[in-house]
Design a protein around this ligand. Structure first.
Ligand code: FBP
Length: 302
């Protein structure tokens, strides 16, 4: 996969620039449409054949690249790779000029990525230090996870959670247990990744979010050595009990590459800037085989 990771950054750069033109426009669907078209166009210039394992958008009725679409110059041939894509992770912050929107993609070998028609998954993420010091499990009750984290880290635990009504009980438990809680309006991929960045101050990510985002997160945390488990569920979390809890290897098996480009400013990446020399993007690309993490600032020219 080594030679593909810089090409994949070009893909997220293109999608982020297309999306950035719609920042604050109030036009979620149009932003998504143009970002998706840019992503498809750039993927179709790559010298490979890849199939989308898990795409975006069905839950929002959005215009999208969905599961089963084949992409790349060699797309008429049998695919060698699979993709998990989200041209805009954070359509609401894009349309409102909020924080954390990114264009993201993950690539693996053929059939490497988990596929589901469920829209939502229950998620638990932690950074490498905590993952090594405590045996975390999504099957544990919330208070057990927090007790384990407190013992392992010997400090007040900080948890990132999507700000949704469905998380009221979770947030109440975290507060009762003396946790610091970071409620984010959107973008749980970056919420999960921030557990692997000590400077973020976030120890754990907990709660229910999108299923495509879970596969993309698993790819990112595989590259960063983090812990991640997810379980398919409905929006309220009710169906969770009947689905398997999947670890990183079940979500993303074998080597993987992750790439992201900021659309608006966030913890992880700066958003697209417009200068007299053209748009400037800020991206991240990571490879699980080598553990390489590259941060790339690109001036695109006019
Ligand atoms: P979109 O860009 O597809 O809207 O996703 C943003 C997001 O916040 C994801 O990060 C998260 O996984 C999901 O939406 C949560 O879904 P919902 O907004 O329905 O609770």
């Amino acid at each position: 996969l080594k030679n593909l990771h810089l090409d994949l950054v070009r893909v997220t750069e293109g999608a982020a620039i297309a999306a950035s033109k719609w920042v604050g426009s109030g036009e979620k669907e149009l932003a998504d449409k143009f970002a998706t078209e840019a992503m498809r166009k750039r993927l179709n210039r790559m010298d490979f054949s890849a199939i989308v394992s898990i795409g975006e958008g069905v839950k929002d009725n959005s215009f999208g690249i969905f599961r089963g679409e084949k992409l790349g110059i060699l797309r008429d041939k049998e695919e060698d790779f699979c993709l998990a894509i989200d041209p805009i992770e954070g359509t609401t912050p894009t349309s409102k000029g909020g924080y954390e929107a990114m264009s993201v993609i993950a690539l693996g070998k053929k059939n490497a990525f988990y596929q589901t028609d469920q829209f939502y998954m229950h998620k638990l993420a932690a950074g490498e230090e905590l993952a090594q010091a405590a045996r975390l499990s999504l099957s544990d009750p919330v208070h057990t996870t927090i007790e384990k984290a407190k013992i392992a880290l010997q400090k007040q635990v900080t948890v990132c959670v999507l700000d949704r009504d469905r998380h009221d009980e979770l947030v109440a438990t975290l507060r009762e247990m003396g946790c610091r809680v970071f409620l984010i309006s959107d973008c749980d991929v970056s919420g999960c990744i921030s557990t692997c960045m000590p400077e973020s101050g976030i120890d754990l990510y907990m709660g229910i979010g999108g299923a495509p985002e879970a596969v993309i997160t698993a790819a990112a945390l595989k590259c960063m050595g983090g812990f991640f488990q997810a379980q398919a569920c409905d929006r309220s979390g009710q169906a969770g009990a009947i689905a398997d809890i999947l670890g990183i290897e079940r979500l993303v098996s074998g080597p993987t590459i992750f790439a992201a480009t900021g659309i608006t400013d966030g913890k992880l990446l700066k958003g697209v800037r417009y200068t007299s020399k053209g748009p400037v993007t800020h991206s991240l690309t990571m490879r699980s085989e080598s553990g390489t993490i590259r941060k790339i600032e690109t001036i695109h020219g006019n």
